[in-house]
Ligand binder design. Sequence first.
Ligand code: HEM
Length: 230
Amino acid sequence: MNYLFLFRMIKTSVGRKQLMAVTGLLIASFLFIHLAGNLLLFKGEDWYNGWSELLIANPATIYIEIGLLFLFIIHITMAVWVRTEDLINASYRKYDMSRWHGGRTIGSATMLYTAIIILVYLVFHIIHFRFADKSIGVYQMVVSAFRSPLFVSIYIIGSVALALHLSHGFQSALETLGINHIKYNVYIKIAGYLVAVCMVFFAVISLYFYFGLDLREIADASNIVEMTIE
Ligand code: HEM
């Protein structure tokens, strides 16, 4: 593989933005797969542990994780670089970047803050789930974490930050890569909002277990069993 193209891209400001866009879209793709896997929590312990054992047993997983780490590092480095450049250019032109200008959304105006929240959330998440003791089973580890109001609050804040970040990030990445047309921009905008809504499901999962909705299902099932025995 020719890694030189990466260095050539980093040299230009357009290249840096494109690199940020591509890595952002790849991270978003991982998040969809991760969300799909985590939705198996609703199917119960066997399904979720089965999925997680499949991942742990797969020799490719470690390489995917290392790849992901690189994607995060490149994305964050490019974001800091591009943002610093924009700030320097804006100060030359005496242009106030902190003010809300026409066409800005909450998502676009809060990109830096949501990025910081996501980063802090991610470090917390990796320490508690990736490097945790999984002897009780991954399902039990996740479900018992979601019984804690502190954990659930962190997941809600992280998911909302992710939704806001992607509501702007998705459309912006496509625009940077030249995927925009006056005819289709409205659909791209809608797709961006749909991506954002999907991210809220990470919070929904944590709230589902916090409110014990899984236990209610178990209780209902045992009531049915008791009734049929009687
Ligand atoms: C309901 C919410 C979530 C649950 C239940 C969850 C669950 C998990 C679990 C159990 C692991 C460890 C997997 C293993 O060691 O085999 C993991 C890893 C990971 N999670 Fe999450 N996660 C959630 C949300 C998120 C979000 C919102 C992000 C991104 C911002 C994220 C990013 C990651 C990453 C990067 C890893 C390490 C790579 C991997 O092992 O797949 N997760 N997650």
